[in-house]
Design a protein around this ligand. Structure first.
Ligand code: PMP
Length: 420
């Protein structure tokens, strides 16, 4: 790419973290786990729209259902009105996802994005409990509007907007200090001693595996203890499954294997299935005390997203899909473990769960250099963590063995090139 070309890309975004600059090309086509640029160069996609494309690009079944719906003049936009695609989505979600897992939630449509579902959860928790404080966790990421940003443990993102931590207490996430320091005991002591200044909060909000914060997977025991602390104090537990949900960690919900049941669950990204914007907030039925119209928004009734979201749930109708994610994720994990052992100079640590994995390197800038080199070689791979110290593998859950192998080869060759 020439310098002049690069200038064009620089104009496309401001100084925030910029995908245009990380992946400087113009994409024109995408299918499954592959993308192509305007010159026809093929890329393996290990980014998957930051988790919005868990089923890959242009899934053929979702595409044909969407095209049929459009060709038949199906209603596109309908705010909160009842439509057939919306009813079908709700029914299918209940039958295919909630019932088999013995989960009883009401589904709310809070707006089209992950940030919207987080905002609705924070508001509802305050309304239900009559309290205002929220406990959030170090390196958590929950979105960019004022409420969601105030529970986001990233001072760079908060600072410029002048977002103070109003009514938010940030606590250490699992293993934030080290595996042995019991930070939850510390938290309980705070809660027991109201005189210390920590008012009993309305809710705790967390990701079971932190995505943007560096692929930090909380241990199941830690999550179970969080759940029991919440129960003991009448604090609502909000799990933000915007990135870790929809199969990314190996099960539909990221908290299933931990055996916890959150009071509120936030979902977006891959819930629409096709890159179609949709968010849902799952609420324990007795918490649904919204007054009519109290939380609304224009783009809550995107019927194209309902069509693809319903079609996407076909993947979950039997256990084979979940099994295949788990098998492939073992392959990914093994590849990363081998890389870390083979190249000790990267001082790497494998992190994550399921298809939400990465390597954290102690070598400053290494992850970004590997990602840039991989891009040159035809692989799209993002970095994560407060200092971009993690290169993050996020292939589509539908990727086949050959796609994984091609990606692995590019990663290893990129690593060798960076190490010289
Ligand atoms: N929560 C989590 C865990 C996320 O990863 C993100 C987006 N990366 C959000 C919330 C915000 O979602 P959106 O960008 O759709 O507003």
């Amino acid at each position: 790419m020439t310098k002049t070309d690069m200038k064009v890309f620089e104009k496309l975004e401001s100084e925030v973290r910029s995908y245009c600059r990380s992946f400087p090309t113009v994409f024109t086509k995408a299918k499954g786990y592959k993308m192509w640029n305007e010159e026809g160069k093929e890329y393996i996609d290990f980014f998957s729209g930051a988790g919005a494309l868990n089923y890959g690009h242009n899934d053929p079944v979702m595409k044909s259902k969407l095209v049929d719906y459009i060709l038949n003049d199906g209603v596109t936009h309908s705010l909160d009105m009842a439509t057939a695609p919306k009813a079908e989505f709700l029914e299918t979600f209940n039958e295919v996802i909630l019932k088999p897992r013995n989960l009883d939630y009401k589904v709310m449509f809070p707006g089209p994005t992950g940030t919207n579902t987080v905002e609705s959860a924070l508001k509802l928790a305050r309304k239900v409990t009559g309290r205002t404080d929220i406990i959030s966790f170090t390196n958590g990421f929950h979105g960019m509007t004022i409420g969601a940003l105030s529970v986001t443990g990233n001072s760079f993102k908060r600072k410029g907007a002048g977002i103070p931590l109003q009514n938010v207490v940030t606590m250490p996430y699992d293993s934030f200090v080290n595996d042995d320091l019991d930070t939850l005991e510390y938290l309980e002591r705070f809660l027991e001693d109201s005189g210390s200044g920590v008012a009993i909060p309305a809710a705790m909000i967390l990701e079971t595996v932190q995505g943007e914060g560096g692929i930090n997977a909380a241990r199941f025991e830690w999550l179970q203890r969080i759940e029991s602390i919440c129960k003991r104090w009448g604090i609502l537990l909000i799990v933000d499954d915007v990135q870790a949900g929809v199969g990314r960690t190996g099960t539909f919900f990221s908290f299933e294997k931990a055996g916890i049941i959150p009071d509120i669950v936030c979902m977006s990204k891959s819930i629409g299935g096709y890159g179609t914007p949709l968010a849902i907030t799952l609420i324990r039925p007795e918490l649904d005390i919204w007054d009519p119209g109290e939380h609304n928004g224009t783009f809550r009734g995107n019927n194209h997203a309902f069509i693809t979201a319903t079609a996407a749930l076909d993947y979950w109708k039997d256990e084979t899909f979940e099994k295949s994610i788990q098998e492939k994720s073992e392959r990914i994990y093994k590849f990363l473990e081998d890389i870390v052992a083979k190249y000790p100079e990267i001082k790497g640590e494998v992190r994550g769960r399921g298809f939400m994995v990465g390597v954290a390197s102690e070598i400053e800038g290494l992850a970004s250099r590997v990602s840039a080199e991989a891009f040159e070689r035809g692989l799209i791979m993002e970095t994560a963590g407060p200092n971009d110290e993690v290169f993050k593998l996020f292939p589509a859950l539908t990727i086949d063995e050959s796609g994984l192998e091609k990606g692995f080869e590019i990663i290893e060759n990129s690593l060798k090139a960076v190490l010289g």
